[in-house]
Write a protein that binds this ligand. Structure first.
Ligand SMILES: [Zn+2]
Length: 184
């Protein structure tokens, strides 16, 4: 079942997610519906806030391309990203690598708005998978960027907060309009 994606202007996007204490049938159904919703919208990630629930659950579906490569290392060994996608992460925590790079980013809660955002090139992530296993891994490239974008959502932080102020100024009119439309 696809869910309605919450747009910028809805206060739930600014709420920090509550930890998910246990993996119930309800959590599994939510994750499944979020994956379906993300795929239908051609997104690489979706956080629970974006379907109106402030909890620490995000889904990711990164398909690295030549243009936007990614790598993933699990337990010190290179992993095949395709085998891990789509990924459901509960209560994720990330640690940012020192090197930074700019790349174009969008967000399903901000239709048709993209901007260059500076992010860490690599991250160390840990969290819980839907089957209950704890996972610790390293990611680079598009996967690292998606993890930063989604864990930001889980903490009520949006990609507009990471934009350079000049970019935000350029987009100010469109952001205001979107906010108004959302609030009706
Ligand atoms: Zn987003």
């Amino acid at each position: 079942m696809t869910l309605e994606i919450v747009k910028y202007g809805d206060p739930v996007l600014r709420q920090k997610g509550k930890p998910v204490p246990e993996i119930t049938d309800e959590v599994r159904a939510l994750a499944e519906n979020m994956i379906e919703t993300m795929r239908e919208a051609n997104g690489v990630g979706l956080a629970a806030q974006q379907i109106g629930l402030p909890v620490q659950l995000t889904v990711l579906d990164v398909e690295p391309t030549e243009e936007r490569p990614s790598s993933m290392t699990v337990d010190g060994k290179p992993a095949d990203i395709a085998e891990w996608m789509p990924m459901v992460l509960l209560n994720p925590v990330i640690e940012l690598g020192a090197e930074k790079a700019e790349a174009t980013e969008g967000c399903l809660s901000f239709p048709e708005i993209t901007a260059e955002i500076e992010r860490a090139v690599s991250v160390k992530a840990k969290g819980r998978l839907l089957d209950g296993r704890e996972i610790e891994f390293e990611a680079t490239g598009l996967l690292a960027r998606a993890l930063q974008h989604e864990t930001d959502h889980l903490n009520g932080i949006l990609f507009i907060d990471r934009m350079k102020s000049a970019t935000r100024t350029v987009l100010a009119g469109r952001l205001k309009r979107l906010q108004r439309e959302t609030r009706g």
